[in-house]
Design a protein around this ligand. Structure first.
Ligand SMILES: Cc1cc2nc3c(=O)[nH]c(=O)nc-3n(C[C@H](O)[C@H](O)[C@H](O)COP(=O)(O)OP(=O)(O)OC[C@H]3O[C@@H](n4cnc5c(N)ncnc54)[C@H](O)[C@@H]3O)c2cc1C
Length: 723
């Protein structure tokens, strides 16, 4: 159209209108020349599953949004909802300012190409495309693809810095990415005093100052539909998601989510104001290691990671409190009293977030590498893999056993209370505290020596605050292959940590209801330590957390951890491992999964199981193989993905789910009948062996017994209270 100039702004993790450099530029620069702006958010097909947005009967042109190593959904239900809410909030805010946000699904470049073509057919040229830059490899690739499409269409392309971090890139003093110190403390010292570092925030554009919206808005490209509203969008995003667990935990009665917050810039600012006025920011330092409740930490992470709020906006409100410059905070504790330990602590953590992102900038795709950022080629840690094609030939235990242990870890039945509570909380709510995350990551990587990327991908699926840099760098850090100067030497003892941070056992009891009626903390944190009579009284005597704990840690109340820090429990015949076999002699080698009792006699008992204990394993593997081979979304629940040799749950599209609502086929496990336990013949606790073994019924191992999936996915009736 003659005289008009159109800008397309592709939003990604900059889901806010205030303190947004692009909107600010458009609102305040007189000669930018644009008569129209079309802001677009594309649900990216490779990061969020968009199969639920397909038109009836259509097939997606894209592979499913599954993770590379484990084949988990890359975005589970909690974050899918949160993103939808955040996107919708931007739309509402822009509408209130006389603009709008167009919401699409697909591959960003395909949507852009279609938008440019569709507008071109109506005589409207797209002159410029802008987006904000990210530092992770996948996002950089997307930027390059967008640039290429722009070139092809004769459209200008510009990348903006997002400015959502605490210290602006222009102010860090780092001349190039590789200048970043490999130790956080060195970086922090370079940046202090932190209170002086952030740039001022950019205000919300005034109503009517943004360029107009084009008269005709291009439709959602085929074969996807446009959601009719926020509820419809949420439901469609959630509908294809399966739990990926063979035995998903039930939602514990009475448990309340520590993260009942909804997404969006508006809610982010409400939360921030609440934290200031309630005194939460002042007490942050004392409470930040908490485990239960909404207010022990800020719960700003999900907003920060999607860019619903910027770190400098958080800093500004803290400063207003400290300086006494916002009358709305006049009645808050600490008003006008300067920086305190709490507000200082929040700034410190925000700098951690910056640092993790600068690590991504420095190390690029090494963020996702098994050997981590800094290890050279000679690094030789023997990670254990649940995948046959990825495991070393001499791996012990075998991949099938690692897979069994991994499943227990994911579903939260390891027998370590703190780990299990955290994993179940994460599964049900999308959140778990920093303290719990450290323990969980350490447990998988250091106690179990399992390929830490399974944990990182599980977190990617479930965390409502998933952030590529914060997640993967933290996993590397805790796994000992990232930027922790203590590396392998830092190992969290989950029992000691539970005694230190869950002093009444409230957290573990909240999320692991099976242990609620046990009396001593020691037993709550490790139910296998309870007396047989107590276990029988609370109905736990036959529970796998007790009969087959993944790891048992000897710990006495004088707080000194005892016992070996072995990754997988010892090999058969090493004196601590054996468990009694199943009565048909089909038990596992107890040593592979955490045996801690044991003397020669116990080992003998364990051996028959060890020798014949493959029914379960092979069954599981064959089950998985069957799913993998299944290319289409059949009722067998299979999926195939080029990089995924490790299918877990059958991914089913809505139509099929209606047909076969809650059953997964093709599982190698039969949840009810696989275990034929008996007591280890040599006592059951302490150093004398313990409640015996998981002997696996071979028949069921080979049989693909259909598994009834609890109705958690996708109905979402256990999402916890929402405020
Ligand atoms: C294994 C592991 C995985 C993690 N994955 C993520 C992730 O995907 N996304 C994410 O935002 N955080 C991640 N963290 C960091 C941290 O656990 C969360 O940021 C924090 O628990 C979020 O809760 P909060 O907002 O109440 O944090 P607060 O304690 O209130 O901290 C304030 C803010 O500081 C930042 N922050 C705090 N600690 C860290 C940290 N260690 N690294 C980076 N930023 C931090 C967050 O943005 C947070 O919102 C991970 C930590 C571990 C150990």
């Amino acid at each position: 159209m003659a005289g008009s100039k159109l800008l397309v702004y592709l939003l990604r993790r900059d889901l806010r209108v205030s303190d947004n450099p692009i909107f600010h530029h458009l609102a305040t620069t007189k000669d930018h020349g644009f008569t129209h702006v079309l802001a677009i958010y594309v649900f990216p097909h490779h990061q969020i599953e968009i199969g639920g947005l397909l038109k009836d009967g259509e097939q997606s042109p894209y592979p499913q949004a599954l993770s590379q190593v484990a084949g988990f959904w890359r975005c589970g239900p909690h974050r899918a909802k949160f993103v939808a809410q955040s996107v919708w909030d931007v739309k509402k805010t822009l509408e209130s300012l006389g603009s709008t946000l167009v919401i699409r699904a697909g591959k960003t470049v395909d949507v852009l190409d279609s938008v440019i073509k569709s507008l071109g057919e109506q005589g409207q040229q797209v002159n410029d495309v802008w987006m904000t830059a990210e530092k992770s490899s996948e996002e950089i690739k997307e930027e390059e693809e967008v640039n290429a499409v722009c070139k092809k269409n004769g459209t200008d392309f510009k990348l903006w810095a997002d400015e959502k971090y605490f210290v602006d890139d222009r102010d860090t003093g780092l001349e190039k990415p590789s200048d970043l110190p490999d130790v956080f403390t060195s970086y922090r010292k370079n940046q202090e005093p932190l209170r002086e570092r952030p740039r001022p925030v950019l205000p919300l554009p005034e109503k009517g100052v943004l360029p107009g919206v084009p008269e005709s808005i291009p439709p959602q490209p085929h074969p996807f539909v446009e959601a009719t509203g926020l509820n419809d969008l949420e439901q469609r995003l959630l509908s294809p998601l399966t739990s990926m667990l063979l035995e998903p935990p039930a939602y514990p009665e009475g448990a309340e989510s520590a993260h009942p917050l909804k997404g969006g810039e508006t809610n982010a600012h409400d939360r921030l104001r609440y934290l200031i006025t309630s005194g939460g920011m002042n007490s942050y330092k004392e409470t930040r290691n908490g485990l239960v409740g909404l207010d022990f930490s800020t719960k700003l992470s999900a907003y920060l990671s999607l860019g619903c709020i910027s770190a400098r906006q958080v800093h500004k409100e803290l400063k207003d409190l400290e300086d006494g410059t916002n009358a709305d905070y006049a009645s808050a504790n600490g008003y006008g009293e300067g920086e305190n330990e709490g507000t200082k602590g929040v700034r410190f953590e925000l700098l951690w977030r910056d640092y993790m992102r600068l690590c991504t900038r420095k190390f690029g795709s090494r963020l996702f590498r098994l050997s981590g950022f800094r290890q050279d080629k000679t690094y030789n840690k023997k990670w254990k893999s649940p995948r046959k094609d990825a495991a070393r030939q001499d791996q012990s235990p075998a991949p099938e056993e690692v897979n069994r242990v991994l499943q227990r870890f994911l579903e939260g039945t390891t027998g370590q209370g703190l780990i299990d509570a955290s994993q179940r909380e994460l599964f049900h709510t999308g959140y778990t505290s920093n303290r719990a995350r450290q323990n969980v990551a350490s447990f998988l990587a250091k106690h179990m020596s399992i390929d830490w990327r399974y944990g990182a991908e599980w977190y990617e699926m479930h965390l409502v605050d998933y952030d590529v840099s914060s997640n993967w760098s933290n996993w590397q850090y805790v796994a000992g292959i990232g930027n922790d100067p203590r590396g392998d030497a830092r190992i969290f003892n989950p029992v000691k940590q539970a005694f230190d941070y869950d002093k009444e056992g409230e957290y573990v009891k909240t999320w692991v209801p099976e242990v609620r009626d046990l009396e001593s903390l020691e037993n709550i944190f490790q139910p296998c330590t309870a007396k047989q009579a107590d276990l029988e009284r609370v109905g736990l005597a036959e529970h796998k957390m007790v009969t087959d704990p993944i790891k048992r840690i000897d710990f006495t109340l004088d707080r000194k951890p005892k016992g070996p820090r072995k990754s997988f429990p010892r090999k058969r015949g090493q004196g601590r491992g054996g468990r009694g076999g199943g009565s048909n002699g089909q038990g596992h080698d107890g040593s592979n999964s955490g045996g801690s009792g044991g003397n020669a006699k116990v080992q003998q008992n364990g051996r028959p199981g060890a020798n014949n204990g493959y029914g379960h394993q092979q069954g599981a593997f064959r089950g998985r193989g069957q799913r993998f081979q299944c290319n289409t979304h059949t009722p067998n629940g299979g999926y195939s993905h080029p990089q995924n040799h490790n299918g877990y749950g059958g991914a089913m599209y809505p139509q099929q789910q209606q047909q076969y609502p809650e059953v997964w086929y093709g599982n190698g496990f039969n949840s009810n009948n696989t275990n034929m336990r008996r007591r280890g013949s040599n006592g059951y606790r302490g150093r004398g062996g313990r409640v015996g073994n998981a002997g696996y019924n071979q028949l069921h191992g080979y049989d693909y017994g259909g598994y009834e999936q609890p109705a958690y996915y996708p109905q979402q009736h256990h999402m916890g209270p929402v405020v």
